[in-house]
Design a protein. Sequence first.
Length: 137
Amino acid sequence: MSIGFPATNNDAKYEALIAGLRLAVALGVEELQVYSDSMLVVSQLNSDYGSGDARMLKYISHVLKLQSEFKKVHFSHIVRAQNAHADTLAALGSACNELGGTRTIMLGEIAVPSFEPGNEDVMTISTTGCSWMDPLV
């Protein structure tokens, strides 16, 4: 899987998860066990950790929306050292790059983010008195 837009590591983890969930929905999967080497993503989805910012909230919301398409989904953390399938695919991708790009193994491409950045809802707050934003004299 490749991502065709600037993304943080956490963005990439969520985008890969969303792509996998979409594929499982398309295949008609009813029950799903998801393994991820990202403790942050798994903990956020299992409600063990809170989300850090509005962008992560968007990703969590998107995943939970997709999760409703299944009868059952369980997210589990797996340490990177025990994730041999991911290591094999990463090594295969690196080997192809080292060969000068003569062979390409493309499992898919995520060309655009799952949601448009900057479209987060904004709430306007009106104050009747002094605010912490007022300049100090």
